[in-house]
Design a protein around this ligand. Structure first.
Ligand SMILES: Cc1cc2nc3c(=O)[nH]c(=O)nc-3n(C[C@H](O)[C@H](O)[C@H](O)COP(=O)(O)OP(=O)(O)OC[C@H]3O[C@@H](n4cnc5c(N)ncnc54)[C@H](O)[C@@H]3O)c2cc1C
Length: 452
């Protein structure tokens, strides 16, 4: 039998994962990417001889598909994974706190750290137990959870505004990229169940030690080549013609013939290629921006590798010195999620505001000189994970038999993350290669059937 030809449109994490999974299963794969490099929303820019990621990208130990993907592209040694969750929490002019886990099993692994968590009153700290126990029993796939916001639910469980702002939101806003007041309870439940409550080590944090363009872009390119995938960059797919088993993709690099097509682009492009028939879908998924402000100081200003901040507009900061390539001083990035209000503020104003904030939080920075500063903004960093979102996310099988969807915006059950993107890519390849052996309608039940 001749080899199945699979075309993958889009070289972000979802498309790369789909291409590798299909190639590993024996297909002849062509990957078409609009940009000159792979990696999609995970990318880096060069400035003054240094490398700055478009946004700090963090993963958790529970991101099993993403971690397996790193292994597959030979990049596991280029990331750091905390042996044990430890997030220092800074406040201006106050003693620091931390969210860190102990050796106890879940959910007791955070008990000591939360009991000592100074940003909350003792009453609020003791009050955390009720929602923690309730979340452990909730099923993130329950459609009822997608109808309310996380903060509405917390308020009903007697959580004060301080508890919501100073603890629950500290975790939810950076993971879901909308605040606890806007976030779907379904996705918040998924984050807490899988990250914090089902296992003690689920939320140990990891991040890249090299620029993202190297971690995902270069390593993927090499692995795809080694796996026999034909990778066409600078190639924009403009149309997909044909029907089940026989497709032709038009692009500026010429036509590509395929038996199966996986469209791993953002939803608006998938709609313009005619593979998402619901014209309202992209609009309904919405977008939520992320802004990062990178500072290179002429000396070290903190000994912390990362920190969360309260009573300050800084949400999180990370030390990126090694990854940036800086050989002296220190490179810090300030990461701001759900960043709508910062999108229209000029870069120099953002730099001035956040430098002042760093001075308040890190006294050593007051004597340091800023050698370089860079602002990176991503308008459509993720979809807007508000109530109702789970019902709107797309199934992996499209309305056209033989065409499959992939992307962090598909209905993976995960927030718009690297883990969600890789899962969707793996799943789309699995379904694409099973077509013909099984009737595929595109629901989660198909994946269950294909896996068993
Ligand atoms: C600033 C920022 C910070 C983030 N932080 C985190 C984090 O800490 N942790 C985390 O897990 N996730 C994070 N994310 C989210 C994560 O990056 C995304 O969910 C994930 O990378 C999406 O991958 P994807 O493959 O689904 O989509 P994309 O990366 O959008 O890939 C789609 C690809 O399709 C290509 N394309 C589009 N149209 C065409 C066409 N017509 N022809 C050919 N190619 C086309 C695009 O060029 C792109 O490469 C962050 C995102 C941003 C922007």
């Amino acid at each position: 039998m001749s080899q199945l030809r699979v075309a993958v449109v889009g070289g972000g994490l979802a498309g790369i994962a789909a291409a590798l999974s299909a190639a590993d299963a024996g297909a002849q794969v062509t990957l078409l990417e609009r940009r000159p490099h792979l990696g999609g929303l995970t990318t880096s820019i060069e400035r003054d001889g240094l490398s700055f990621d478009n946004g700090q990208h963090v993963f958790l130990r529970c991101c099993t598909a993403y971690r397996a993907f790193l292994e597959r592209i030979g990049a596991s040694h280029q990331v750091y994974l905390q042996p044990r969750l430890n997030v220092p929490v800074l406040r201006p002019h106050e003693k620091g706190s931390a969210i860190r886990r102990s050796d106890l099993p879940a959910p007791f692994h955070l008990a000591l750290s939360l009991l000592r968590y100074q940003p909350l009153s003792l009453k609020d700290r003791l009050g955390l137990l009720g929602p923690v126990l309730a979340l452990r029993r909730m099923d993130p796939r329950d459609p009822a959870l997608d109808r309310v916001s996380f903060a509405q639910w917390l308020t009903k469980r007697h959580q004060s505004p301080q508890a919501i702002d100073r603890l629950w939101n500290l975790i939810i806003q950076p993971t879901i990229n909308v605040s606890a007041y806007d976030a779907s309870l379904a996705l918040a439940t998924q984050v807490f169940r899988i990250g914090f409550l089902d296992r003690a080590d689920g939320a140990d944090m990891g991040w890249s030690r090299v620029p993202l363009s190297q971690l995902h872009g270069e390593n993927s390119r090499r692995t795809l080549n080694e796996s026999g995938v034909e990778t066409l960059v600078n190639t924009t797919v403009t149309s997909i013609r044909g029907s089940a088993g026989s497709f032709s993709l038009e692009s500026n690099s010429g036509p590509v013939a395929a038996d199966r097509v996986i469209v791993a682009t953002p939803p608006r492009t998938a709609a313009s290629l005619g593979v998402v028939h619901d014209t309202q879908l992209a609009e309904d998924l919405g977008v939520s921006p992320i802004v990062n402000i990178h500072f290179v100081f002429d000396r070290r200003v903190t000994d912390l590798a990362l920190g969360a901040c309260l009573d300050s507009p800084i949400e999180f900061f990370f030390d990126r010195t090694d990854a940036s390539g800086a050989t002296s001083g220190q490179c810090l990035v300030v990461s701001l999620s759900a960043a709508d209000r910062y999108m229209t503020i000029g870069s120099s104003e953002l730099v001035a505001t956040f430098l002042e904030e760093l001075h308040r939080l890190m006294p050593r920075s007051r004597d340091a000189k800023v050698v370089t500063s860079v602002v990176t903004r991503e308008h459509a960093a993720t979809f807007r994970a508000t109530p109702g979102i789970e019902a709107r996310r797309a199934a992996i099988a499209s309305a056209t038999p033989g065409v499959f969807l992939a992307g962090a915006w598909c209905n993976t059950g995960w927030p718009a993350t690297m883990e969600g993107a890789v899962r969707s890519g793996n799943d789309s390849a699995l379904l694409a290669l099973s077509l013909g052996s099984l009737p595929i309608s595109g629901g989660p039940q198909d994946l269950e059937r294909v896996r068993t």
